[in-house]
Design a binder for this molecule. Sequence first.
Ligand SMILES: [Zn+2]
Length: 480
Amino acid sequence: MKWETIIGLEVHVELATKSKIFCGCSTEFGGAPNTHCCPVCSGMPGTLPVLNKKVLEYALMAGIALGCRINRYNKFDRKNYFYPDLPKAYQISQLYLPFAVDGRVEYTTRSGEKKVVRIREIHMEEDAGKLIHSSYGDYSYPDFNRCGVPLIEIVSEPDMRSAEEAVGYLMWLKSTFEYLGISDVKMEQGSMRADINLSVRPAGSDKLGVRTEMKNLNSFKSIKRAIIDESQRQIELLEAGGTVIQETRKWDDNKGKSFSMRTKENAQDYRYFPEPDIPPVLIDDEWLKSLARSLPELAHEKRERYIRDYGLTEYDAALLTEKKQLAELFERTVALCNDPKETAIWMLGDMMYLMNRDSVAAEELNIDPYQFADFVKAVRNGIINRTVAKSVFEKIFASHDFNVEKYIEDNNLKQIDDAGRIREAALQVITENPKTVEQYKSGKTKVFAFFIGQTMKKLHGKANPALVNEIVTELLNNSD
Ligand SMILES: [Zn+2]
Protein backbone atom coordinates (compact mmCIF):
# COMPACT_ATOMS: atom_id res chain seq x y z
CA MET A 1 0.00 0.00 0.00
CA LYS A 2 1.13 3.54 -0.68
CA TRP A 3 1.20 5.84 2.34
CA GLU A 4 1.05 9.57 2.76
CA THR A 5 2.79 11.41 5.62
CA ILE A 6 1.00 14.38 7.18
CA ILE A 7 3.11 16.88 9.08
CA GLY A 8 2.19 19.93 11.12
CA LEU A 9 4.80 21.99 12.96
CA GLU A 10 4.73 24.05 16.12
CA VAL A 11 7.70 26.35 16.06
CA HIS A 12 8.99 28.24 19.09
CA VAL A 13 11.03 31.34 18.36
CA GLU A 14 12.75 33.40 21.06
CA LEU A 15 12.37 37.10 20.40
CA ALA A 16 15.53 39.20 20.51
CA THR A 17 14.35 41.83 22.99
CA LYS A 18 16.89 43.01 25.55
CA SER A 19 14.60 42.32 28.50
CA LYS A 20 12.16 39.57 29.34
CA ILE A 21 8.46 39.50 28.48
CA PHE A 22 7.03 40.47 31.89
CA CYS A 23 10.00 41.97 33.81
CA GLY A 24 13.17 43.97 33.22
CA CYS A 25 15.66 41.08 33.51
CA SER A 26 18.21 40.47 30.76
CA THR A 27 17.42 37.88 28.08
CA GLU A 28 21.07 37.29 27.29
CA PHE A 29 21.95 33.67 26.55
CA GLY A 30 24.14 31.91 29.10
CA GLY A 31 25.34 33.74 32.22
CA ALA A 32 25.99 32.13 35.60
CA PRO A 33 22.90 30.17 36.69
CA ASN A 34 20.13 32.25 38.29
CA THR A 35 21.79 35.63 37.72
CA HIS A 36 19.22 36.97 35.20
CA CYS A 37 16.32 36.64 37.58
CA CYS A 38 14.05 38.76 39.75
CA PRO A 39 10.97 38.06 41.94
CA VAL A 40 8.68 38.31 38.85
CA CYS A 41 10.39 35.77 36.60
CA SER A 42 11.28 33.43 39.45
CA GLY A 43 7.60 33.30 40.38
CA MET A 44 7.49 34.86 43.85
CA PRO A 45 4.00 35.27 45.27
CA GLY A 46 2.63 38.80 45.19
CA THR A 47 4.60 39.96 42.16
CA LEU A 48 2.85 41.31 39.06
CA PRO A 49 3.88 40.84 35.43
CA VAL A 50 3.87 43.80 33.00
CA LEU A 51 3.91 43.13 29.24
CA ASN A 52 7.04 44.36 27.44
CA LYS A 53 5.87 46.54 24.52
CA LYS A 54 8.85 45.53 22.38
CA VAL A 55 7.76 41.89 22.61
CA LEU A 56 4.36 42.83 21.26
CA GLU A 57 5.96 44.88 18.49
CA TYR A 58 8.22 42.00 17.38
CA ALA A 59 5.37 39.52 17.62
CA LEU A 60 3.16 41.73 15.45
CA MET A 61 5.93 42.07 12.85
CA ALA A 62 6.06 38.27 12.65
CA GLY A 63 2.28 38.08 12.36
CA ILE A 64 2.21 40.60 9.52
CA ALA A 65 5.10 38.92 7.66
CA LEU A 66 3.34 35.56 7.88
CA GLY A 67 0.18 37.02 6.36
CA CYS A 68 -1.90 36.62 9.52
CA ARG A 69 -5.02 38.42 10.58
CA ILE A 70 -4.06 40.34 13.72
CA ASN A 71 -6.47 40.12 16.63
CA ARG A 72 -6.43 43.72 17.79
CA TYR A 73 -8.03 42.50 21.01
CA ASN A 74 -6.09 39.57 22.40
CA LYS A 75 -5.52 38.03 25.81
CA PHE A 76 -3.12 36.01 27.91
CA ASP A 77 -4.01 32.76 29.65
CA ARG A 78 -2.42 30.58 32.29
CA LYS A 79 -1.22 27.15 31.31
CA ASN A 80 -0.82 25.20 34.53
CA TYR A 81 1.67 22.42 34.91
CA PHE A 82 4.23 21.38 37.43
CA TYR A 83 7.83 21.01 36.44
CA PRO A 84 10.99 22.01 38.34
CA ASP A 85 12.12 24.46 35.64
CA LEU A 86 8.86 26.42 35.99
CA PRO A 87 8.91 28.12 39.42
CA LYS A 88 5.38 29.63 39.16
CA ALA A 89 3.95 26.21 38.20
CA TYR A 90 2.20 27.94 35.32
CA GLN A 91 3.27 29.47 32.05
CA ILE A 92 1.68 32.66 30.76
CA SER A 93 0.60 31.95 27.21
CA GLN A 94 -2.32 32.70 24.85
CA LEU A 95 -4.97 30.04 24.25
CA TYR A 96 -8.39 31.57 23.68
CA LEU A 97 -7.48 34.76 21.82
CA PRO A 98 -3.98 34.64 20.34
CA PHE A 99 -2.65 37.80 18.68
CA ALA A 100 -2.44 36.39 15.14
CA VAL A 101 -4.50 33.83 13.19
CA ASP A 102 -5.09 32.51 9.64
CA GLY A 103 -1.73 33.18 8.00
CA ARG A 104 -0.09 31.73 4.96
CA VAL A 105 3.49 30.95 4.00
CA GLU A 106 4.43 30.37 0.39
CA TYR A 107 7.86 28.98 -0.43
CA THR A 108 9.86 26.88 -2.85
CA THR A 109 11.38 23.59 -1.70
CA ARG A 110 14.97 22.63 -2.49
CA SER A 111 13.76 20.56 -5.45
CA GLY A 112 12.01 23.61 -6.86
CA GLU A 113 8.43 22.75 -5.94
CA LYS A 114 6.08 25.57 -4.92
CA LYS A 115 4.37 25.00 -1.61
CA VAL A 116 1.81 26.74 0.62
CA VAL A 117 1.53 26.13 4.36
CA ARG A 118 -1.37 27.68 6.22
CA ILE A 119 -0.70 29.17 9.64
CA ARG A 120 -3.39 28.39 12.18
CA GLU A 121 -2.20 30.86 14.78
CA ILE A 122 0.73 32.58 16.43
CA HIS A 123 0.72 33.29 20.14
CA MET A 124 3.05 34.99 22.61
CA GLU A 125 4.30 33.20 25.69
CA GLU A 126 7.14 33.02 28.16
CA ASP A 127 9.91 30.46 28.07
CA ALA A 128 10.62 28.15 31.01
CA GLY A 129 13.98 27.66 32.76
CA LYS A 130 16.39 24.79 32.36
CA LEU A 131 17.49 21.86 34.44
CA ILE A 132 21.17 21.11 34.65
CA HIS A 133 21.58 17.44 35.34
CA SER A 134 24.39 16.61 37.72
CA SER A 135 27.09 14.34 36.45
CA TYR A 136 27.86 13.20 40.04
CA GLY A 137 24.56 11.86 41.19
CA ASP A 138 20.90 11.41 40.56
CA TYR A 139 19.90 15.05 40.93
CA SER A 140 19.47 18.27 38.92
CA TYR A 141 19.89 21.99 39.46
CA PRO A 142 17.33 24.45 38.17
CA ASP A 143 18.59 27.50 36.28
CA PHE A 144 15.88 30.14 35.93
CA ASN A 145 17.77 32.52 33.62
CA ARG A 146 15.58 31.54 30.68
CA CYS A 147 12.30 31.91 32.64
CA GLY A 148 10.35 34.75 31.06
CA VAL A 149 12.37 35.00 27.86
CA PRO A 150 9.78 36.02 25.23
CA LEU A 151 8.63 33.45 22.71
CA ILE A 152 6.23 33.29 19.86
CA GLU A 153 4.79 29.92 18.92
CA ILE A 154 3.78 29.48 15.30
CA VAL A 155 1.26 26.70 14.77
CA SER A 156 0.88 25.47 11.21
CA GLU A 157 -1.96 23.46 9.71
CA PRO A 158 -0.96 19.86 8.85
CA ASP A 159 -0.03 20.91 5.32
CA MET A 160 3.40 19.34 4.85
CA ARG A 161 3.92 15.92 3.28
CA SER A 162 7.65 15.24 3.53
CA ALA A 163 10.81 16.09 5.45
CA GLU A 164 11.90 18.28 2.55
CA GLU A 165 8.70 20.33 2.71
CA ALA A 166 9.03 20.71 6.48
CA VAL A 167 12.64 21.85 6.26
CA GLY A 168 11.76 24.27 3.43
CA TYR A 169 9.07 25.82 5.61
CA LEU A 170 11.44 26.13 8.58
CA MET A 171 14.12 27.69 6.42
CA TRP A 172 11.57 30.23 5.19
CA LEU A 173 10.64 31.10 8.77
CA LYS A 174 14.27 31.30 9.85
CA SER A 175 15.33 33.69 7.11
CA THR A 176 12.17 35.79 7.53
CA PHE A 177 12.80 36.31 11.25
CA GLU A 178 16.44 37.02 10.56
CA TYR A 179 15.55 39.71 8.01
CA LEU A 180 12.97 41.19 10.38
CA GLY A 181 15.65 41.30 13.06
CA ILE A 182 13.22 40.01 15.68
CA SER A 183 15.17 36.88 16.64
CA ASP A 184 18.71 35.61 16.32
CA VAL A 185 17.18 32.24 15.24
CA LYS A 186 20.21 30.35 16.55
CA MET A 187 18.86 26.84 16.43
CA GLU A 188 21.88 25.39 18.24
CA GLN A 189 21.13 27.67 21.23
CA GLY A 190 17.48 26.73 21.10
CA SER A 191 16.22 30.15 20.03
CA MET A 192 14.28 28.44 17.27
CA ARG A 193 12.98 24.93 17.86
CA ALA A 194 10.22 22.81 16.43
CA ASP A 195 7.69 20.27 17.65
CA ILE A 196 6.70 17.82 14.93
CA ASN A 197 3.15 16.46 14.73
CA LEU A 198 3.10 13.52 12.38
CA SER A 199 0.62 10.93 11.17
CA VAL A 200 0.34 8.66 8.16
CA ARG A 201 -2.64 7.54 6.09
CA PRO A 202 -3.23 5.46 2.96
CA ALA A 203 -2.53 7.66 -0.08
CA GLY A 204 -5.74 9.14 -1.39
CA SER A 205 -7.58 8.95 1.94
CA ASP A 206 -9.00 12.18 3.33
CA LYS A 207 -9.17 10.97 6.94
CA LEU A 208 -6.29 11.91 9.22
CA GLY A 209 -4.50 9.13 11.05
CA VAL A 210 -3.53 9.18 14.74
CA ARG A 211 -0.62 11.54 15.25
CA THR A 212 2.40 11.58 17.50
CA GLU A 213 4.38 14.56 18.66
CA MET A 214 8.15 14.94 18.91
CA LYS A 215 9.22 17.97 20.91
CA ASN A 216 12.05 20.50 20.86
CA LEU A 217 14.07 19.57 17.79
CA ASN A 218 16.66 22.19 17.03
CA SER A 219 18.53 21.36 13.85
CA PHE A 220 17.36 20.86 10.28
CA LYS A 221 19.30 17.63 10.16
CA SER A 222 17.65 16.06 13.19
CA ILE A 223 14.22 17.32 12.08
CA LYS A 224 14.70 15.64 8.72
CA ARG A 225 15.86 12.38 10.27
CA ALA A 226 13.11 12.38 12.90
CA ILE A 227 10.40 12.85 10.25
CA ILE A 228 11.72 10.07 8.04
CA ASP A 229 12.14 7.70 10.98
CA GLU A 230 8.78 8.39 12.62
CA SER A 231 6.89 8.11 9.34
CA GLN A 232 8.58 4.76 8.68
CA ARG A 233 7.83 3.55 12.22
CA GLN A 234 4.12 4.33 11.89
CA ILE A 235 3.86 2.72 8.45
CA GLU A 236 5.57 -0.45 9.64
CA LEU A 237 3.33 -0.57 12.71
CA LEU A 238 0.15 -0.20 10.65
CA GLU A 239 1.26 -2.66 8.00
CA ALA A 240 1.90 -5.23 10.72
CA GLY A 241 -1.69 -4.77 11.89
CA GLY A 242 -0.89 -2.55 14.89
CA THR A 243 -2.27 0.85 15.85
CA VAL A 244 -0.54 4.16 16.40
CA ILE A 245 -1.23 5.69 19.80
CA GLN A 246 -1.41 9.42 20.37
CA GLU A 247 1.68 10.19 22.41
CA THR A 248 4.66 12.43 22.87
CA ARG A 249 7.89 10.86 21.72
CA LYS A 250 11.45 11.91 22.40
CA TRP A 251 13.83 12.00 19.44
CA ASP A 252 17.32 10.76 20.28
CA ASP A 253 19.62 12.10 17.60
CA ASN A 254 22.57 9.93 18.66
CA LYS A 255 20.57 6.73 18.42
CA GLY A 256 18.63 7.94 15.35
CA LYS A 257 15.39 6.77 17.01
CA SER A 258 12.46 8.15 18.94
CA PHE A 259 11.14 6.79 22.23
CA SER A 260 7.74 6.98 23.84
CA MET A 261 7.68 9.59 26.64
CA ARG A 262 4.10 9.93 27.75
CA THR A 263 0.63 9.86 26.32
CA LYS A 264 -0.23 13.18 24.80
CA GLU A 265 -1.91 15.80 27.00
CA ASN A 266 -4.91 17.74 25.83
CA ALA A 267 -5.58 21.41 26.50
CA GLN A 268 -7.89 20.50 29.41
CA ASP A 269 -5.00 18.77 31.20
CA TYR A 270 -3.39 22.17 31.61
CA ARG A 271 -6.42 23.74 33.31
CA TYR A 272 -6.07 26.85 31.20
CA PHE A 273 -7.81 29.96 32.52
CA PRO A 274 -7.58 33.68 31.66
CA GLU A 275 -4.49 35.29 33.18
CA PRO A 276 -5.91 37.53 35.90
CA ASP A 277 -2.79 39.68 36.32
CA ILE A 278 -2.53 41.04 32.76
CA PRO A 279 -5.28 43.12 31.18
CA PRO A 280 -6.36 42.31 27.60
CA VAL A 281 -4.05 43.69 24.90
CA LEU A 282 -5.61 46.34 22.67
CA ILE A 283 -3.68 47.13 19.51
CA ASP A 284 -3.97 50.58 18.06
CA ASP A 285 -4.88 50.66 14.35
CA GLU A 286 -2.37 53.35 13.47
CA TRP A 287 0.46 51.58 15.26
CA LEU A 288 -0.31 48.36 13.41
CA LYS A 289 -0.33 50.18 10.07
CA SER A 290 2.96 51.91 10.78
CA LEU A 291 4.54 48.57 11.75
CA ALA A 292 3.32 47.04 8.50
CA ARG A 293 4.83 49.94 6.54
CA SER A 294 8.16 49.65 8.35
CA LEU A 295 8.80 45.98 7.53
CA PRO A 296 12.05 45.52 5.57
CA GLU A 297 12.19 43.71 2.24
CA LEU A 298 12.10 40.01 3.18
CA ALA A 299 14.12 37.13 1.77
CA HIS A 300 11.36 35.83 -0.49
CA GLU A 301 10.65 39.33 -1.80
CA LYS A 302 14.32 39.86 -2.56
CA ARG A 303 14.43 36.50 -4.28
CA GLU A 304 11.59 37.45 -6.61
CA ARG A 305 13.23 40.77 -7.35
CA TYR A 306 16.61 39.13 -8.14
CA ILE A 307 14.90 36.77 -10.59
CA ARG A 308 12.84 39.55 -12.18
CA ASP A 309 15.37 42.38 -12.32
CA TYR A 310 18.71 40.57 -12.48
CA GLY A 311 17.73 37.49 -14.47
CA LEU A 312 19.12 35.11 -11.83
CA THR A 313 17.80 31.56 -11.59
CA GLU A 314 15.46 30.70 -8.77
CA TYR A 315 18.12 28.47 -7.22
CA ASP A 316 20.85 31.13 -7.31
CA ALA A 317 18.49 33.80 -6.00
CA ALA A 318 17.51 31.49 -3.14
CA LEU A 319 21.14 30.90 -2.13
CA LEU A 320 21.97 34.60 -2.22
CA THR A 321 19.00 35.61 -0.08
CA GLU A 322 19.08 32.80 2.45
CA LYS A 323 21.27 34.91 4.72
CA LYS A 324 20.78 38.63 5.19
CA GLN A 325 24.55 39.25 5.11
CA LEU A 326 24.92 37.57 1.72
CA ALA A 327 22.09 39.60 0.20
CA GLU A 328 23.60 42.80 1.61
CA LEU A 329 27.03 42.08 0.14
CA PHE A 330 25.47 41.16 -3.18
CA GLU A 331 23.34 44.30 -3.38
CA ARG A 332 26.09 46.69 -2.30
CA THR A 333 28.52 45.20 -4.81
CA VAL A 334 26.00 45.24 -7.65
CA ALA A 335 25.18 48.88 -6.87
CA LEU A 336 28.87 49.68 -7.49
CA CYS A 337 29.71 47.47 -10.47
CA ASN A 338 26.29 47.10 -12.07
CA ASP A 339 26.96 43.47 -12.98
CA PRO A 340 24.64 41.16 -11.01
CA LYS A 341 25.44 38.05 -13.04
CA GLU A 342 29.22 38.23 -12.64
CA THR A 343 28.85 39.15 -8.94
CA ALA A 344 26.55 36.17 -8.40
CA ILE A 345 28.98 33.82 -10.19
CA TRP A 346 31.81 34.69 -7.78
CA MET A 347 29.67 34.65 -4.67
CA LEU A 348 28.05 31.31 -5.47
CA GLY A 349 31.21 29.71 -6.78
CA ASP A 350 34.51 30.75 -5.24
CA MET A 351 33.09 32.53 -2.21
CA MET A 352 30.87 29.63 -1.13
CA TYR A 353 33.77 27.27 -1.72
CA LEU A 354 36.10 29.35 0.46
CA MET A 355 33.46 29.81 3.17
CA ASN A 356 33.06 26.09 3.28
CA ARG A 357 36.79 25.36 3.17
CA ASP A 358 37.65 27.84 5.94
CA SER A 359 34.41 27.35 7.94
CA VAL A 360 33.43 31.01 7.63
CA ALA A 361 29.79 31.76 8.43
CA ALA A 362 27.88 34.46 6.54
CA GLU A 363 28.00 36.68 9.66
CA GLU A 364 31.78 36.50 9.66
CA LEU A 365 32.29 37.49 6.01
CA ASN A 366 34.73 40.35 5.67
CA ILE A 367 34.61 41.20 1.98
CA ASP A 368 34.75 44.90 1.12
CA PRO A 369 32.04 45.58 -1.52
CA TYR A 370 34.20 48.34 -3.09
CA GLN A 371 37.07 45.93 -3.70
CA PHE A 372 34.70 43.21 -4.81
CA ALA A 373 33.11 45.61 -7.32
CA ASP A 374 36.55 46.62 -8.69
CA PHE A 375 37.36 42.96 -9.02
CA VAL A 376 34.15 42.20 -10.94
CA LYS A 377 34.91 45.07 -13.30
CA ALA A 378 38.46 43.81 -13.85
CA VAL A 379 37.14 40.36 -14.78
CA ARG A 380 34.35 41.71 -16.97
CA ASN A 381 36.67 44.05 -18.84
CA GLY A 382 39.25 41.33 -19.42
CA ILE A 383 41.92 43.08 -17.35
CA ILE A 384 42.62 39.77 -15.63
CA ASN A 385 41.68 36.34 -16.90
CA ARG A 386 39.64 33.87 -14.88
CA THR A 387 42.58 31.77 -13.73
CA VAL A 388 44.32 34.81 -12.27
CA ALA A 389 40.97 36.07 -10.97
CA LYS A 390 40.59 33.01 -8.77
CA SER A 391 43.73 33.82 -6.84
CA VAL A 392 42.82 37.51 -6.61
CA PHE A 393 39.39 36.62 -5.26
CA GLU A 394 40.99 34.55 -2.54
CA LYS A 395 42.85 37.68 -1.39
CA ILE A 396 39.63 39.70 -1.31
CA PHE A 397 38.02 36.95 0.70
CA ALA A 398 40.88 36.88 3.20
CA SER A 399 41.28 40.59 3.85
CA HIS A 400 39.07 43.63 4.10
CA ASP A 401 41.99 45.98 3.43
CA PHE A 402 42.97 44.47 0.15
CA ASN A 403 43.32 46.76 -2.88
CA VAL A 404 42.48 45.00 -6.13
CA GLU A 405 43.85 47.54 -8.61
CA LYS A 406 47.11 47.97 -6.74
CA TYR A 407 47.56 44.22 -6.38
CA ILE A 408 47.04 43.60 -10.10
CA GLU A 409 49.44 46.41 -10.93
CA ASP A 410 52.14 45.45 -8.38
CA ASN A 411 52.11 41.79 -9.33
CA ASN A 412 51.89 42.39 -13.03
CA LEU A 413 48.78 40.24 -13.35
CA LYS A 414 47.12 41.97 -16.26
CA GLN A 415 45.82 39.69 -18.94
CA ILE A 416 48.05 39.33 -21.99
CA ASP A 417 46.05 40.24 -25.06
CA ASP A 418 49.10 40.73 -27.27
CA ALA A 419 48.66 38.20 -30.11
CA GLY A 420 52.35 38.46 -31.02
CA ARG A 421 53.50 37.42 -27.55
CA ILE A 422 51.01 34.57 -27.43
CA ARG A 423 52.04 33.37 -30.89
CA GLU A 424 55.69 33.43 -29.85
CA ALA A 425 55.00 31.31 -26.76
CA ALA A 426 52.83 28.86 -28.70
CA LEU A 427 55.47 28.45 -31.41
CA GLN A 428 58.08 27.67 -28.75
CA VAL A 429 55.84 24.96 -27.28
CA ILE A 430 55.29 23.46 -30.73
CA THR A 431 59.01 23.46 -31.55
CA GLU A 432 59.93 21.92 -28.21
CA ASN A 433 57.43 19.06 -28.58
CA PRO A 434 57.71 17.55 -32.06
CA LYS A 435 56.48 14.13 -30.90
CA THR A 436 53.28 15.55 -29.46
CA VAL A 437 52.73 17.50 -32.65
CA GLU A 438 53.03 14.19 -34.54
CA GLN A 439 50.44 12.63 -32.29
CA TYR A 440 48.10 15.54 -32.89
CA LYS A 441 48.55 15.29 -36.65
CA SER A 442 47.87 11.56 -36.62
CA GLY A 443 44.45 12.27 -35.16
CA LYS A 444 45.07 12.22 -31.40
CA THR A 445 43.27 15.52 -30.89
CA LYS A 446 43.19 14.99 -27.12
CA VAL A 447 46.73 16.38 -26.89
CA PHE A 448 45.38 19.78 -27.93
CA ALA A 449 44.82 20.61 -24.27
CA PHE A 450 48.52 20.00 -23.64
CA PHE A 451 49.50 22.80 -26.06
CA ILE A 452 46.99 25.18 -24.46
CA GLY A 453 48.26 24.35 -20.98
CA GLN A 454 51.94 24.72 -21.90
CA THR A 455 51.37 28.01 -23.75
CA MET A 456 49.45 29.38 -20.78
CA LYS A 457 52.26 28.25 -18.48
CA LYS A 458 54.86 30.10 -20.53
CA LEU A 459 52.75 33.24 -20.09
CA HIS A 460 52.38 32.66 -16.33
CA GLY A 461 48.67 31.86 -16.68
CA LYS A 462 47.87 35.42 -17.61
CA ALA A 463 47.04 35.10 -21.32
CA ASN A 464 43.62 35.70 -22.79
CA PRO A 465 42.30 32.11 -23.04
CA ALA A 466 40.18 32.72 -26.13
CA LEU A 467 43.19 34.11 -27.99
CA VAL A 468 45.44 31.24 -26.89
CA ASN A 469 42.87 28.79 -28.17
CA GLU A 470 42.59 30.56 -31.50
CA ILE A 471 46.33 30.91 -32.07
CA VAL A 472 47.25 27.36 -31.00
CA THR A 473 44.55 25.94 -33.31
CA GLU A 474 45.82 27.98 -36.20
CA LEU A 475 49.48 27.08 -35.65
CA LEU A 476 48.84 23.35 -35.22
CA ASN A 477 46.69 23.10 -38.29
CA ASN A 478 48.99 25.12 -40.49
CA SER A 479 52.36 23.72 -39.45
CA ASP A 480 53.72 20.95 -41.61
ZN1 LIG B 1 12.86 39.00 36.05
